[in-house]
Write a protein that binds this ligand. Structure first.
Ligand SMILES: *Cc1c(COP(=O)(O)O)cnc(C)c1O
Length: 397
């Protein structure tokens, strides 16, 4: 028989408190389609408006602008493409260097590479798991020197320092103002990877609206989904026009002629996906409410343990709940994950840090002590909204 350590047993007992009685296996995150999804998608097919033109794409953009308070929203095929075209729009390209957190989903760093630029990895901060503005500042003081043509370059690599792409981890707002302050001193545009943080505000302001641009994802595992999709938000009208053009082959408006102004992308979200998204967005408020109920229950269940701590989210959208195993080794973390899997709870570690992935192992980086610690400590736990509807708990909480 396998030995169950007390750490594993305690961890499982906490999950049981919230998830007990729900049929297992319970996956990490599942989408939910209980509104007008079917009706809107069917309408696209019935009317023939399935592709990149249609009323749902425009409606989705208006809704995203409304929800986030951004002046403009541009729908795109997915979050990764959104990040790429956002960087392209501020002139990030071949030979440039862009600061990204080491602790992020691979798409953040991939998007930098798709622009022909090189990611430069920065440490995280232990409270929000977001990019540490002090670590960025330290790194800039180590490597930045004024470049002959203006701006700054990395004195070690010779590459132009071209931007910063911080990320709001698990939908929890990071300390974005402090980061922007550092970036501005070096003339670096900030593009927020807000892929996970739709519905997450910081001091009343929506994530993704602090930087030059913010990018959301509507992939199937995010808080609302379009199947695949994303959106870029910005308050800059010229940038919004340019993004719209860049994502739609830079075609000049004309009733019949095909004239294109530059080499651009085909990144516009299809109407079919937007239809699904419009139906999903109708349920966002209720989704956020139920996720908060679930998160509050986890916070309570995981409180007062010495070996682990629930990562509280005060202003976040509670997209993914996470727990830190204090000072854990990778081995300890894996033993807890194994016990969770065997109990039917599909918990996961955080992403393997970017500088450990083979395609990024030679990229420049600062010290990554906090990110490396979090990599061993973090476990994400089942967070689908429907888990808040647990009948056994509704009566008591
Ligand atoms: C999901 C995600 C993306 C990319 O989104 P896609 O729509 O899947 O391309 C980018 N960054 C982060 C942090 C994400 O979680």
């Amino acid at each position: 028989m396998k030995q169950v350590t007390s750490l594993q047993a305690q961890f499982l007992a906490c999950l049981d408190q919230v998830l007990g009685g729900i049929r297992t296996p319970i996956s990490l995150h599942e989408p939910e389609f209980t509104g007008n999804e079917w009706q809107y998608v069917k309408e696209c097919i019935d009317t023939g408006w399935v592709s990149s033109v249609g009323k749902y794409v425009d409606a989705l953009e208006s809704r995203i602008a409304e929800i986030t308070g951004a002046k403009h929203a541009i729908a795109v095929v997915n979050g990764t493409a959104g990040l790429q075209v956002a960087m392209h729009a501020v002139g990030i390209g071949a030979g440039d260097e862009v600061f990204v957190p080491a602790l992020t989903f691979v798409a953040t760093a991939n998007a930098v590479s798709h622009c022909g630029a090189t990611p430069h990895f920065i440490d995280s901060e232990a409270r929000t798991f977001g990019m540490d503005s002090r670590a960025l500042e330290v790194r800039l003081s180590e490597v930045a020197e004024p470049a002959p043509g203006g701006g700054f370059r990395n004195r070690q690599t010779g590459r132009r320092l071209a931007g910063v792409v911080p990320m709001h981890v698990f939908g929890q707002p990071m300390d974005i103002e402090a980061l922007i302050e550092v970036a501005q001193r070096f003339g670096l545009p900030v593009i927020e990877d807000a892929a996970e943080s739709l519905g997450a505000f910081r001091t009343g302001r929506h994530t993704g609206t602090f930087g030059t641009m913010g990018v959301f994802s509507f992939n199937g595992n995010k808080i609302v989904t379009t199947g695949g999709g994303g959106a870029i938000v910005t308050n800059d009208p010229a940038l919004a026009r340019r993004l719209k053009s860049l994502t739609t082959t830079a075609k000049r408006a004309h009733p019949w002629e095909f004239v294109h102004d530059e080499v651009a992308f085909n990144f516009r979200m299809p109407n079919l996906n937007a239809a699904l998204g419009c139906a999903q967005l109708e349920q966002l408020t209720e989704m956020l409410r139920r996720k908060r109920v679930l998160a509050d229950r986890f916070a309570k269940a995981f409180e007062n343990h010495r070996a682990f701590v629930y990562s509280a989210t005060v202003e976040g959208n509670c997209w993914l709940n996470s727990v830190r195993l204090i000072d854990a080794s990778e081995e300890t973390r894996n033993s807890v994950l194994q016990a969770c899997m065997e109990a039917g709870y599909h918990c996961r570690p955080v992403w393997r840090l970017m500088h450990r992935l083979q395609m990024f192992e030679d990229c420049p980086r600062g010290e990554l002590l906090c990110a490396e610690k979090l990599e061993n400590e973090l476990i994400t736990i089942p967070s689908s909204a429907f888990l808040a509807d647990n009948k056994e708990l509704q009566a008591v909480t």
